[in-house]
Design a protein around this ligand. Sequence first.
Ligand SMILES: [Zn+2]
Length: 268
Amino acid sequence: MGRNTQIFTSIFLLLLFSPQEILIQGFEDSASRTLKQEPGRAHEVHCSRERSRTAWGVIEEYLMPFVEQEQYEISSKCRLHPDNDMFRDQEQHKIHVDINEWRCGYCKKSFRAEKFLDQHFDNRHNNLLNVSHGKCLADLCGALHCDFMMNSKSSRSKCNPAAVAKNRHLCESLANRCFPINQGSSASRLHELFLRQFCDAHKCPRKSQPFPKGGRKQPSVFYLAISILTLMLLPIFYLIVYLYQREMRGGTQELKRIPQVGRKAKPS
Ligand SMILES: [Zn+2]
């Protein structure tokens, strides 16, 4: 009996405590998860992934074509250098498989939209982010006209002289740091270009639009549109030619048939 009571008591105790233990463990799990997530969230607060992406897009589209043309090597001290964008490595590990499929390049997990992959990066791979000072590309957005890009290239908002002066200063310091005039002709040409392309538009009242020297994407979009149009029109053109030829052949056959009937009719 004593042994049975002992067994019952232990089973009772087990039933009584194990759910709590599970609960506690679950709580600890989620607690550690939130603790693990917190640094990621902190980065999100301090450095916007979306704005960094826009800034990178601006650099790629409106600066890099000219840098490549000059075969100039941007120094890692320049904040426009890829190493100074904390999201660059993660962005390069995005695999866009299909319209509705984005894959993580680190663990190959698939997602239905880019924003879910962004969340996955924040939750699972935030240890890969280099959060040291000066690595937030979004901080350069003022100089690089991110708002102009994000508001579908319109600058209807009021011109704020203080903000404009600050952005102009940031813009000029980028030109000085990234393309120092004393480092050869390429650097000074790019320095001049950077001022015209990015800094001139920081002026009140707004007279000039940013990126007057143009960029990479515009011609490629134009050529893409032309080639798609050609690909669409080509089959239609061949169809018309085919139908026209068939019509012509049909016409000549009918014409041939008439004299044959005429010839056959003669001997009889
Ligand atoms: Zn992953």
